[in-house]
Write a protein that binds this ligand. Structure first.
Ligand code: ADP
Ligand code: MG
Length: 619
């Protein structure tokens, strides 16, 4: 019987190995550009011809290579980035395997020109299918210039497998983005045939994001909101975009230790933080950078894989979620509300000309982004100085420079109102500012703002206020319970017992007191102080039922659910008449909410009918 096992020739073995590292032109771009970054280049130019089928060229001004190193760099497992066993770990986390150049040379025709700074002559090497064809000294500037021609020239099956040039170009751009978005201090350019697709100067991180996605040109630079979290073992920073700029094909980037990663679980944390602020089908743009000790992550060492597992992902999920939520709340500005007291209001906006420094706050696990005035001491001023606004209205100190003529129409009734408010003062103490409010159809609260007529939905605003209050109580275990004189008995089917058990602490924190009576019977002995007795059992049943339907057991999400259901159920409804004082309280509380533009289920709380809209309609 003849032997059937042969040792594969080296060239074939190399091709097989190359298949792992080099799947398409974009993989070559990634490997070459990463090498240029590692070589300390400050300027990197990438030239592509025909979707990378004909040519991929990367030119850098990095440290270059000696003649020996230039030759060595094409050997498998040749890397300058690992010297001893201690480096092995770093090698894996950074993806250095000393395989990229060897793999590329196995399946393409490669020309390399390189020179070290302190040498007069550089080196030229031509290599194809692992065979060196030429090696000589040349004149060259410091740095490395590599051309990869006719990729897969010797592997026809793979060459045929390449997609349309435009598709390959799209993959190249994606790989390119993933690198340039972590190196704003390096200037990059990307040239497709003769067209310069991207010319990226050295800049800040924010500047880089704006350049890459053309945001600056669209005057949308204000859309990026900075985030920053710092703990003992990691930091997270970067930007999330305002919900208004969400889009179907959004730019969503996570990086860990300067490498791109995919992370569906953390992606959910970000999505969830947008709190249904997004229209259906829209996705938020984000650029989030994790920095963490490599011991705490598990990098899949395959260079083409981007999935990464963190140790202890749940607390990171919560931190990320809370931070994104906080920043979205903080920068939430009701559209078009343009107050009269411009000089007194501090509406935070981002100035594009100023380099943004992330806020220097450490992450506070106790932090609650949803403080409302009524359930805790008022220690921070609301984003809008609403009281000041009203004061100015009632004193009729309209310092309006609007030339539209609209305000001259407004002046007359103002004088009457001022007189009326003088009388009001006698009747309602300290309330000279509430006469500007008006309830429309027992549904909307109307008031006057500089840019027009502000309409606030009474149910939706109260829904938001209560939601934030309940959420705070849940997070801080601050709910107040009222004891029932006659406990209410309720039943649960056995499959719902475990649900009750799983949320019993939360229910307790928000004010429910429940005792077990019998196998399936429970007694409700205390309820949240804001809730009517007659509503308590149906609400509790609804809560248990809905929590049971939920997929997530993440505390944050469970809390959101409980707060939403309770708020919806207890908010004042349409059809309810409100006194002026009640309307005023509602507005004051709404504007001390972190988010006062949308309900927890994403519905608009207020609208402004603009002056020019009114004028247009009056002809
Ligand atoms: P790795 O990057 O994993 O070390 P590569 O095959 O990508 O492996 O590169 C092999 C070696 O060649 C690198 O370790 C580096 O020393 C050298 N090298 C590659 N590209 C460059 C470059 N553009 N400038 C300087 N040195 C380079
Ligand atoms: Mg490399």
């Amino acid at each position: 019987m003849s032997d059937i096992i042969n040792l594969l020739p080296d060239s074939v073995a190399n091709q097989i190995a190359a298949g792992e590292v080099i799947q398409r032109p974009a993989s070559v771009v990634k490997e070459l550009v990463e090498n240029a970054v590692d070589a300390g280049a400050t300027d990197i130019k990438v030239v592509i011809k025909d979707g990378g089928n004909t040519l991929i060229q990367v030119i850098d001004n990095g440290k270059g290579m000696s003649e020996t190193d230039a030759r060595m760099s094409f050997e498998r497992h040749a890397t300058s980035k690992i010297k001893n066993a201690n480096d092995l770990f770093a090698l894996h986390t950074k993806g250095f395997r000393g395989e990229a150049l060897a793999s590329i040379a196995a399946v393409a025709q490669v020309e390399m020109r390189t020179k070290l700074a302190d040498e007069d002559l550089g080196t030229f090497i031509e290599i194809a299918g692992t065979r060196v064809f030429r090696q000589e000294s040349i004149q060259h500037e410091t740095g490395t210039n590599i051309s990869v021609k006719n990729l897969f020239f010797n592997v026809p099956a793979r060459r045929r497998f390449l997609k349309a040039q435009s598709t390959e170009m799209m993959h190249i751009r994606n790989e390119f983005y993933r690198i340039v978005l972590v190196h704003p201090a390096i200037s990059f350019s990307l040239i497709d045939n003769t067209t310069t697709l991207l010319q990226l100067p050295e800049t800040t991180l924010k500047g880089r994001i704006e350049h890459v996605f053309g945001l600056a040109r669209k005057k949308m630079e204000q859309q990026l909101l900075p985030i920053h979290i710092e703990t003992d073992f990691m930091s997270i920073s970067g930007f999330v975009a305002r919900p208004e700029y969400a889009q179907k094909n959004a730019n969503q980037y996570f990086f860990v230790n300067d490498r791109y990663m995919r992370h569906p679980y953390f992606h959910k944390a970000v999505l969830n933080a947008y709190d249904k602020l997004l229209k259906q089908g829209d996705n938020p743009n984000y650029f989030i950078y994790f920095s963490i000790h490599p011991d705490l992550i598990d990098v899949n060492i395959h260079p083409s894989k981007t999935e990464i597992k963190f140790e202890n992902e749940q607390p990171i999920w919560s931190m990320l979620h809370a931070t994104v939520k906080e920043v979205l709340g903080k920068f939430q500005i009701a559209p078009s509300i343009d107050f009269n007291t411009e000089d007194k209001l501090e509406i935070p906006t981002l100035d594009a000309s100023v380099t943004i420094r992330p806020p220097q706050t450490n992450f506070d696990p106790e932090y609650n982004p949803f403080k409302t005035t009524s359930s805790y001491p008022k220690n921070k001023k609301p984003a809008f100085d609403w009281e000041q606004l009203y004061e100015d209205f009632s004193k009729n100190k309209i310092k309006d420079t609007d030339e539209s003529g609209f305000d001259s129409i407004e002046i007359e009734p103002k004088i009457e109102e001022e007189q009326e408010s003088e009388q009001m003062k006698l009747a309602v103490d300290e309330s000279n500012d509430i006469d500007e409010l008006f309830q429309l159809k027992k549904k909307y609260i109307c008031t006057n703002v500089k840019s027009g007529l502000l309409l606030i939905d009474q149910f939706r605003s109260h829904f938001r206020i209560l939601y934030e209050r309940y959420f705070y109580q849940l997070q801080h275990k601050k709910g107040i319970s009222q004891t029932l004189l006659f406990p209410e008995i309720f039943e649960l089917t056995p499959n719902l017992h475990s649900v009750l058990t799983s949320i019993s602490d939360d229910l307790h924190d928000v004010g429910f007191r429940i005792e077990s009576v019998d196998k399936n019977e429970f007694s409700l002995v205390g309820i949240p102080s804001e809730i009517d007795v007659s509503n308590a059992v149906p609400l509790l049943n609804d809560l248990i039922f809905q929590i049971n339907e939920m997929e997530s057991t993440v505390k944050e999400i469970v809390h959101e659910k409980i707060a939403t259901l309770m708020a919806k159920q207890t908010a004042i409804h349409h059809g309810q008449t409100l006194t002026r004082q009640e309307m005023k309280n509602l507005i004051d509380e709404l504007f001390s909410c972190k988010n006062h533009s949308y309900t927890p289920d994403g519905k608009l709380i207020m609208i402004v009918v603009e002056n020019n809209e009114l004028e247009r309609r009056f002809g």
